[in-house]
Design a binder for this molecule. Sequence first.
Ligand code: G
Ligand code: G
Ligand code: NA
Ligand code: MN
Length: 250
Amino acid sequence: RGVELDLGTALAEQQFALAFQPFLDLSGNRITGFEALLRWHHPVRGVVSPAAFVPIAEETGMIVPLGEWVLRQACREAARWPKAVRVSVNLSPVQFRGAALDATVIAALREAELDPHRLELEITEGVLLQDSEATLAILHRLKRLGVRIAMDDFGTGYSSLGYLRAFPFDKIKIDRAFVADLAVRPDAVAIVRAVTTLADSLGMTTTAEGVETEEQLAHLREAGCTEVQGYLISRPVPADAVAPMLRAGD
Ligand code: G
Ligand code: G
Ligand code: NA
Ligand code: MN
C-alpha cells in the first residue's frame, strides 16, 4: 500500500498544508472564523484530498500524529491573523481513543499562545458512537478550557436528538445535502427551520455548509441560521490568503 508508507514520509517531509475556508456571520455580515482543511501536496500525485487519505490514516493510526500536526499548525496560523477570529479544526473519532487528545489540544494552544476561546473542534457522529463516557469526559475538559465544540455534518447518518442533549455542543453544522436541496425541495426548507429552532432552544448556533447560490442563502437567512460557509462566500484558500481577507472586511 503505497499511500500508507507515503503518509509517514509526507509528514516528515512537510508535504501537508492547511487550506482555510471562512464562516460568514449572517447578522453582521462579517467573517467570524475559518475552518482548517487538510491538503496533501504529493510530489507526484499533486494535491490529494483528505477524503482519499484520511480513511487510510485512520486505519493505520497515522491520523494521530497527523491530527496533532493539524491542531498545532492551525493554532500557529490563527495566532498570526490580524483579527482574533475563530479557527475550526476537524477531528477524527480515532483521535479520541486513548484519552490524550485534551493534552494534545492544550499543548497546541500553549505553544501557539492562542486564546482557547478562538479554537473550535468539529466532531462527527462517529465520535459519539464510540465509548461515550470517555468521550464526554474529554469534551467536558476541553469545554472548561474555553474551547468550542461543533457537531459536523448534522442530519446525515444516524445523528440522534439524544446526542444533542448528551453532548456539550456550541454549534450544529447543517450538512450540505440539506443546503443543496433548499431551492428544489420544500421539505428541505422545513428541515433547516426545524434545526435552527431546535439549536436556538438548546442554546446552540447553526452553520450551514456548502452554500453555493444566493437563493440558498436567502432561505438560510429567513430560517434564522447563524452562519454560512460555502463556495458562494469563498472556496478554501491557502494560509497566506487569510490575513488579506480579514483586512478586506474592515
Ligand atoms: O476539504 P475537503 O472537502 O476535501 O474535505 C474532505 C473531507 O475531509 C471532509 O469530510 C473534511 O471534514 C475532512 N477533513 C478535512 N481536513 C481534515 C482534517 O484535518 N482532519 C480530519 N480528520 N478530516 C479532515
Ligand atoms: O465534512 P466537512 O464539512 O468538513 O467537509 C468540508 C469539505 O466541504 C471541504 O473539503 C470543502 O472543500 C467542501 N466544501 C466547502 N464548501 C463547499 C461548497 O460550497 N460546495 C461543495 N460541494 N463543497 C464544499
Ligand atoms: Na468539517
Ligand atoms: Mn461537514
